[in-house]
Design a protein around this ligand. Structure first.
Ligand code: IMP
Length: 199
């Protein structure tokens, strides 16, 4: 069994990533390895932030494979904002609703063809030999004119994936995960891990 520490406190995210990586990989979250404390995401790119998180954990878990992910929503009309600032778009302690309201306000009256957006996930892995690999996944789509749907989290109620007629929040988790940015990044990561280990 290959053991990977995922630099997250989020058990739901760990379960989703664990399903993609398969039964021969065991994922540990930060609470499970006794890691406490906040990791400040001060990077200017998704890859920098993913690496900051992975490095903070690597020094506390020597010899383990460390994996970390960072995601951002890049909106064409906003010159790829909020991007790396997606979590705190509407301010330091904002909610998902605050972020969605701010985004819809900024795009009010903007034509459909200018509402293009990309969800991008970067996964950073630090291997026990200190080698660092970066894997990426993205999905293109557009920003809806209003929020719709009750599933998911974050910007799901306003993001319509390309070739779909509903938002991520109108899809159940299986439907979203089968096409999502995170799934593609983790699948790329799985291929990278398979090249190194027989899992
Ligand atoms: P994180 O890097 O996974 O913490 O994501 C940063 C921010 O991007 C989150 O706070 C959400 O607002 C947004 N986000 C990340 N993944 C998703 C997703 O799958 N759907 C909608 N929003 C997301």
């Amino acid at each position: 069994m290959l053991e990977i520490v995922l630099a997250t406190n989020n058990a739901g995210k760990a379960a989703e990533i664990s399903r993609i990586l398969g039964k021969k990989v065991k994922i540990f979250t930060l609470p499970e390895i006794g890691f406490v404390g906040e990791i400040e995401e001060t990077g200017e790119t998704l890859a920098e932030n993913a690496l900051i998180k992975a490095r903070a954990v690597a020094c506390k878990a020597p010899g383990k494979i460390i994996m970390s992910d960072d995601t951002g929503l890049e909106v064409d009309y906003l010159a790829k904002a909020p991007g790396v600032y997606s979590a705190r778009f509407a301010g330091p302690d904002c909610s998902y609703l605050d972020n969605n309201k701010k985004l819809l306000k900024l795009l009010k009256g903007v034509a459909k063809k200018e509402r293009g957006a990309v969800f991008r996930t970067v996964v950073a892995v630090i291997y026990p030999d200190k080698n660092v690999e970066i894997y990426e996944g993205k999905i293109s789509g557009s920003i809806a004119e209003k929020m719709s749907g009750v599933y998911g989290f974050g910007y799901d109620p306003v993001f319509i994936p390309e070739n779909k007629r509903k938002t991520f929040a109108q899809m159940n988790s299986d439907e979203k995960n089968s096409i999502s940015h995170r799934m593609k990044a983790v699948k790329n990561c799985r291929m990278g891990i398979k090249r190194k280990y027989a899992v």
